[in-house]
Structure formats: structure tokens, C-alpha cells
Ligand binder design. Structure first.
Ligand code: HEM
Length: 591
């Protein structure tokens, strides 16, 4: 009886999937764009679970033809990046991808990507993908339309040059402390040491920077072991036990919330209220962390409201949007308390892992490519030879613009390993036209549009024959041989993150690590200042090489191992290396 019931249910479900597949394929064909079908949805939980293991992707790679492997990987969000530009070579820069439950328009054509980014009303953000991150309140990432415009106006003013100067100052302080920490850890030979796992330290570095620059909480790189954090004045300080009424210290709640995003979101956002209450014992830490961070953020807002703004952190900027006076009139009452908390939290989510993963990739790429590292070091020396010995005395506004080689390293890292590999858009309620290869195509309503950065960032059409090579010099305006030099003088190429006269610019729409148009990243300069000065602080003193993991490993073996780790990076929320590449740091004076 039960068996027959299961069979009947399976038949009904199978028929539903088959019908849905035919219907979606029909809609895809009607667009007249190339169409690729895959029999299993990338959202299918069983399929996803298989690809969470290491064995299944390994077997897929080992057993199937490279073309089939690409088809499978293209269907799994985590692996899609690995296909790079191979699908656009085969099917063109825009094609429809159909599964039994999804219809997606995949875009790797720069002109179409730019059209989409700049048509905000036709191509909105698929908000259902972002709902769960509004756990502390509505914010600039999770809204659309006039509500988004209001949040964008109120938050944009806080990302200014005064705040960037704070990023500069704090990044120097934190990076210097991080390097000192490495030296202390290797006190037997501080001139030459191996870092087997940089991940945790880099995550701590970028978290501390955002805590200071967004919230005004200055944490030392290395936690201080006090017994307890006391009342308001010491609420945010390091301690071994949390302050009264809290389960976590400020540092530990920030770390917990970042490391356990999925369970925190599940407990506090995905699950219906009755279910989350029933599951409380299993998610206790996630509830506690959510509650504690709420209290900490509220305390920050209360303290900041009673003080005169003084260090231009992002919180002060948000509060400024609702102070009386000129801003009040201009920004229509500013943001409410829950909107301020929502945005404060989202700045941490948007700005922490993205910058950490870029720095981690840059370290490994520079260790692999010593020529690029020489270029970086020469550029740093030229830019800073007449500056004081200690970076803490460098002036942001005069030194930052001279640091061209670290900027080029950052841009090249973002090209090859963009933290956000796919920018999602949505065609909404009505059909939308796109112009592709001078022809008009009508996309149906309710279609997900995926701006596929792997396709664009590796395309020889936009980057030349060495598109697959890490070559920071391609960006440098001094390099007249660069393929990008052909774009010099073309108007309108100042995309987000490319607002510098010292660099060449690619075709608009072909480089989208920060997206483009009115919904482009608000923290792009923040991230650039942070990464540029962090690289400068490390590489002016140290040369970084690949370290051996076994005694007789040859240089070639080390390079192959590092390259494999890079290529096996996976995109979850951000693209990230799954495994570590041990690095050897040599002090430059002892070269
Ligand atoms: C390397 C570092 C970073 C990268 C690659 C990056 C990338 C991006 C991308 C691709 C988007 C658009 C996402 C979408 O439309 O779905 C975005 C939006 C955003 N980013 Fe970043 N980001 C970085 C750092 C930061 C930092 C440091 C902050 C703030 C402290 C920040 C704040 C934001 C905000 C608030 C938005 C939403 C803008 C809106 O929807 O109007 N980002 N970022």
C-alpha cells in the first residue's frame, strides 16, 4: 500500500517536472537565443548534496568528457565559475539555460551586461534571493524601487574620502600588527618563516578593519585576554568572558556570525517562527549570537547618538542622514533605527569576506608569479622612496594615488578570481528587450539573468591572447604594449573601480567585480584602499614564495599544487580557495 502510494507520488512529481521542463524550454526557444537544457535543476537538493562532497565532483571530472563536465559544472552554482569562457565560445555571449524548474539567461557579453546593469527598472534585483540577510532590518542590498533609492541616498554619503582615509589608517595598523604577530609566532627565525594557513589571519584582519571603519570599534589584531568586559565603556573590548547580559564578547560574536552565516540565517530567518522555536536547542548559539549582535549594534547606535561625530566611520555617516538641518530636508528624515542596524550589519556581510578572499588569492598569485611580485615591489619602492620609514606616517591623499602597482595587482586578482562570480538580475513582471549583436531579443517575464563574470573576465576578445595569465602589468598605463592600451581615449570606460588615470580600462561591461550601474558596489573604494595598502605593507618588507609541503618537492611540483588549489576554488557566497597554499615569507633586507 505504502509502496504504491510512493510510486504514485513519484509519477505525479515526475510528470510535473517533465511538463514544467517542456513549458520552460518553450519559453526559452521563443527568445530565439541559443538554448541549453539540463535534465536536473541546479537547485535540486539531492544534486546539490552530491556536489557538496569531494568524491562526486572528482568522479565527474575523472569519468566524463570535458564537454559534459562543463555542462554539469555550469549547472551547479558553486562550480559554474570553473567553466570560465568555454560556454560563451561555444554558444555565444548570451544564451538561455533551462532545467525542469529554472529558466536563466546567461550573459557573458560585455555590451549586454552593461545594458542590463544600467537598466535598473527593467532588470531588478531578484529580491527573494536576498530576503534572509535582512535579519536586523531592511537595508540597501535587500530593497528595490523607491525604498532602495532612499537607502542608497542615505548610505552613499557615508562612503566618502574621509572614511577612505580611515580605511587607510586602520588597514596599516592592522596589517602591521598581523605581520608582527607572524614574526612573534616564528621568533626562532623572523627573517624567514612559513605560514601554513593564512586564512584565519586574513579574515581577522578584514573583520577588524570593518569593525573599526564601519562601527568605530578598534580591536587589536591579537585578542587581549582580560577576565571580563565591563559595562558600557568596555562593552566592546576583548575579554575571556562576555559582559553581563551577553553570551559572546563583541569580537567573538562578530567571528561567530561570519563563520556560521548559514545556520544563523536558518535559525533567525529561513525557518517559520514556530519551527525555529521548536529547534531552539539545536540552534542555541545561533539565536544567542543573533541576539547579542543586535544588542551590541543598538548600543553602538545609542553611544554614537550622544557623541559629536569625530572619526568619520560609516555609523556616524548613517546617523548624519537623520540629523536635523540640511541633511534632514535633503534625505527625507534619514533612516529609522532598524534600517540603520540593517545597513550596519550588511556592510559587514558585504565588506568582510570579499576583501579577505581577494587578499588571499593575491598572496598565492604573487607567490606563484615572481615576475609580478618584482613589478609590485618596484612600484611600491618608486611610490614611497621619499616617504617616512613607517607607513603609519604616510598621508592617504598623497601616497594612495602613487601606489599603482598594488592597484594593478588588485584589479588583476579581481579579474581572475572575482569574489562575486555571478551578479543576479531579474526580468520582473514584464518582458524586456536586450540588444545583442545588433539584434533585438525579448526576454520573458520572471527570468533570472546571470551576469557571468567567468565568461567575461577570461574572454580573449576583451583581454587579449594572454587572458588566462596573471599579468597585473596589463592594467598599468605605463605599459604601452598592453592589449588594453587599444581602449585608451575611448569615452565612457570609467566603470566602478576603474576611476584612475594611471590605468588602462577594458571594454565597458567586460570587468564587473563590483557590478556596474546604479546598483554597483558602494564599498569599492573602501576595498581598494584596504587591499592596496595591505599589499604594500606586507610586500615592501617581505618577498613571498611557495613553501614546500614535502621535503623533496620540486619548484614545478609546488607551482602545480598551488595552481590546482586556485583552480579548485569554489563559489559559495564568495569565491574562495578550499585548501591552503603554504607560503614562505623572506624578509627583503635579508635577500
Ligand atoms: C573586493 C571587495 C568587494 C567586492 C568584489 C564587492 C562586490 C560587490 C558586488 C558585485 C555588488 C553588487 C551585488 C549585486 O548586485 O548583487 C556589491 C554591492 C554592494 N557592496 Fe560590495 N564588494 C566589495 C567590498 C565591499 C565593501 C568593503 C563594502 C562596504 C563596507 C561593500 C558594500 C556593498 C554594498 C552596500 C552593496 C549594495 C549596493 C546596492 O545594492 O545598492 N562592498 N558589491
Amino acid at each position: 500500500m505504502l509502496g504504491s502510494l510512493i510510486v504514485i507520488l513519484l509519477v505525479i512529481y515526475g510528470s510535473y517536472l517533465a511538463l514544467s521542463f517542456c513549458r520552460l524550454r518553450d519559453r526559452a526557444y521563443k527568445t530565439k537565443l541559443p538554448c541549453i537544457s539540463f535534465p536536473i535543476s541546479g537547485l535540486n537538493l539531492f544534486f546539490l548534496a552530491l556536489f557538496e562532497t569531494r568524491m562526486v565532483p572528482y568522479l565527474v571530472n575523472a569519468c566524463f568528457s570535458s564537454s559534459l563536465v562543463d555542462h554539469i559544472n555550469n549547472n551547479v552554482f558553486k562550480y559554474r565559475w570553473t567553466v570560465k569562457d568555454r560556454f560563451c565560445k561555444r554558444y555565444g555571449g548570451v544564451y538561455m539555460h533551462v532545467t525542469p524548474t529554472t529558466l536563466t539567461c546567461m550573459v557573458s557579453d560585455a555590451t549586454v551586461a552593461y545594458q542590463i546593469c544600467t537598466s535598473r527598472r527593467s532588470f531588478t534585483k531578484p529580491l527573494h534571493l536576498y530576503e534572509s540577510i535582512a535579519i536586523y532590518g531592511p537595508n540597501v542590498i535587500t530593497l528595490e524601487g523607491s525604498q532602495w533609492a532612499h537607502h542608497r541616498r542615505c548610505t552613499a554619503m557615508t562612503f566618502n574620502e574621509k572614511n577612505n582615509a580611515l580605511v587607510w589608517e586602520e588597514s596599516i595598523r592592522q596589517t602591521t600588527e598581523m605581520v608582527q604577530h607572524w614574526i612573534q609566532q616564528h621568533s626562532q627565525n623572523p627573517h624567514e618563516f612559513v605560514l601554513t594557513d593564512a586564512r584565519e589571519d586574513i579574515l581577522k584582519l578584514t573583520l577588524n578593519i570593518i569593525c573599526s571603519v564601519a562601527y568605530g570599534v578598534k580591536l587589536p589584531f591579537k585578542p587581549i585576554q582580560r577576565i571580563t568586559a565591563d559595562s558600557t565603556g568596555g562593552l566592546f573590548r576583548d575579554a575571556t568572558t562576555p559582559p553581563p547580559g551577553y553570551h559572546f564578547t563583541f569580537r567573538s560574536v562578530m567571528e561567530y556570525m561570519n563563520k556560521n552565516l548559514i545556520t544563523v540565517f536558518m535559525a533567525n530567518s529561513f525557518l517559520p517562527k514556530w519551527l525555529s522555536r521548536a529547534a531552539k536547542p539545536y540552534f542555541k548559539k545561533d539565536f544567542d549570537a543573533f541576539y547579542d549582535l543586535h544588542q551590541y549594534l543598538q548600543a553602538l547606535v545609542s553611544i554614537a547618538e550622544t557623541k559629536k561625530p569625530h572619526d568619520h566611520n560609516l555609523l556616524e555617516g548613517l546617523l548624519d542622514s537623520r540629523r536635523t538641518g540640511e541633511h534632514h530636508v535633503r534625505y527625507n528624515q534619514g533612516l529609522s533605527d532598524s534600517e540603520i542596524l540593517g545597513n550596519l550589519y550588511i556592510f559587514m556581510i558585504a565588506g568582510h569576506e570579499t576583501t579577505a578572499t581577494t587578499l588571499r588569492f593575491a598572496l598565492v598569485l604573487l607567490a606563484l608569479h615572481q615576475d609580478a611580485q618584482d613589478y609590485l615591489y618596484d612600484g611600491i619602492r618608486q611610490a614611497t622612496y621619499d616617504e617616512p620609514a613607517s607607513p603609519s606616517e604616510w598621508d592617504y591623499s598623497s601616497v594612495y594615488p602613487k601606489l599603482v602597482s598594488p592597484l594593478c595587482v588588485m584589479l588583476e586578482t579581481l579579474r581572475m578570481f572575482p569574489p562575486v562570480v555571478s551578479v543576479p538580475k531579474w526580468t520582473g513582471e514584464t518582458p524586456v528587450d536586450i540588444i545583442y549583436n545588433n539584434q533585438s531579443y525579448l526576454l520573458p517575464p520572471g527570468v533570472l539573468v546571470s551576469l557571468n563574470l567567468g565568461g567575461m573576465h577570461y574572454s580573449e576578445e576583451y583581454w587579449g591572447p594572454n587572458a588566462g595569465v596573471f599579468d597585473p602589468k596589463r592594467w598599468d598605463k605605463q605599459n604601452k604594449e598592453s592589449f588594453l592600451a587599444q581602449n585608451d581615449g575611448i569615452e565612457g570606460l570609467f566603470g566602478p573601480g576603474l576611476e584612475y588615470d594611471t590605468i588602462h580600462r577594458p571594454v565597458r561591461g567586460s570587468f564587473l567585480p563590483f557590478s556596474d550601474g546604479s546598483r554597483a558596489c558602494m564599498g569599492k573604494k573602501f576595498a581598494q584602499v584596504e587591499i592596496v595598502i595591505a599589499l604594500t605593507t606586507i610586500f615592501r618588507e617581505y618577498r613571498v614564495e611557495l613553501a614546500k609541503v614535502i621535503e623533496h618537492e620540486t619548484h614545478e611540483d609546488m607551482c602545480q599544487r598551488a595552481e590546482k588549489v586556485l583552480q579548485e576554488s569554489l563559489a559559495f557566497l564568495t569565491l574562495s580557495m578550499r585548501d591552503e597554499v603554504p607560503l614562505l615569507f623572506r624578509k627583503r633586507s635579508s635577500d
